[in-house]
Design a protein around this ligand. Structure first.
Ligand code: HMG
Ligand code: MG
Length: 303
């Protein structure tokens, strides 16, 4: 049980965070400033946009403008979520460095989220992954609801395992395991990894925790002990999931960084800078969304 010396943080705030601002479209220039500030703080893997149906997720409709407006750090990866070929084409036009496909371990959640079955979602990924590879674009995979589903309840780890194996065989270089509604606890997270790593090497897995019950940091520590070295995080703990009512924000990047710094794990990210970004985006959201968001967001000023 040794902790990794280095961790790659995948910042999902501009996508997973801002996609979930209810009834509130964040101006494109705020998104661009946010992404630039995140890369200035040292983050080198940023999910910057989502090329999904604007009817489903209007908050992400300006993906192309965001991608063309950002100042690209030469060492940073700017990724986008793509559910289908149409999304991939937009991501290619926007010169994304990476795309991500997403499905779930629960049939009910997959239907609500992407309007198809799990099997159909994999069928959609096949041409997408082929075309991405032909364009030298790496494809990341997400499996949602790995530790519980808002509609189906408990999820069998064997369902997660076979889905991860299939997506790796299809050509995803890494699978992010999503505790979409934040119901996981450290023991369950470890047990899930024990099941999945029987079929997929730990080096190809990432952890994506939401913090509904305040378990995210404990879960992250548990999976670090199992050998996970890629963690999805969201600045200021922004986020949730539009198709998982009650899912609270993703684990906050600055909280994870504070813990990793304390453990002597290198990320290359500057905590002081990140805290400033957290304050700034919280203020922007308070301004554009009124008191509801002001209550939901707690800037990490006390660190
Ligand atoms: P659909 O309605 O079943 O499919 O949507 P469709 O192919 O019939 O398309 C309907 C309309 O959308 C058409 O437009 C298409 O052109 C358009 P119309 O003819 O009606 O004018 N369309 C698109 N437009 C732009 N970009 C596209 C695109 N595709 C179709 N790529 C679809 C199926 C998957 C598109 C839809 O269900 C969708 O966009 N869902 C979005 C789901 C989503 O973004 N959820 C949140 C992200 S997942 C998440 O947050 C979890 C994660 O963080 C991990 C975790 O926490 O677990 C990743
Ligand atoms: Mg998420």
């Amino acid at each position: 049980m040794t902790l990794p010396k280095q961790v790659r943080l995948v910042e999902v705030g501009p996508r997973d965070g801002l996609q979930n601002e209810p009834g509130n479209i964040i101006p494109t220039d705020i998104k661009i400033d946010l992404i630039n500030a995140l890369s200035d703080s040292g983050l080198r893997h940023i999910e910057a946009a989502s090329f999904v149906s604007p009817k489903w997720i209007p908050q992400m409709a300006d993906g192309s403008a965001v991608m063309s407006g950002i100042k690209r750090h030469p060492d940073a990866i700017y990724a986008a979520l793509t559910p289908n070929l149409k999304g991939l084409e937009k991501a290619l036009e926007s010169q994304c460095d990476e795309v991500a496909v997403f499905t779930a371990a629960s049939e009910a959640f997959t239907q609500k989220n992407i309007n198809c079955s799990i099997a159909e979602s994999l069928e959609r990924f096949t041409p997408l992954i082929e075309k991405a590879k032909a364009n030298n674009i790496p494809v990341r995979g997400y499996v949602s609801t790995v530790l519980g589903c808002p509609y189906a309840g408990e999820i069998n780890p064997s369902q997660v395992t076979s889905l991860c194996r299939e997506m790796i065989e299809m050509g995803c270089y890494e699978i992010s395991l999503g505790d979409t509604i934040g119901v996981g606890t450290p023991l369950k997270a470890k047990q899930l990894l024990e099941a999945v790593t029987k079929e997929v090497p730990i080096q190809q897995l990432a952890a994506h925790f939401h913090d509904t019950y305040g378990q995210a940091l404990a879960n992250i520590y548990a999976v670090l002990e199992e050998g996970i070295s890629v963690i999805d995080t969201s600045i200021a703990g922004l986020g949730g999931c539009p198709y998982a009512q009650g899912a609270s924000g993703n684990v906050a990047t600055e909280d994870v960084l504070y813990m990793l710094n304390g453990l002597g794990i290198d990320t290359g990210v500057q905590l002081d800078e990140l805290i400033k970004v957290s304050h700034w985006i919280s203020q922007q959201l308070q301004r554009s969304n009124g008191s509801k968001v002001a209550l939901a967001l707690t800037p990490k000023s006390s660190i």
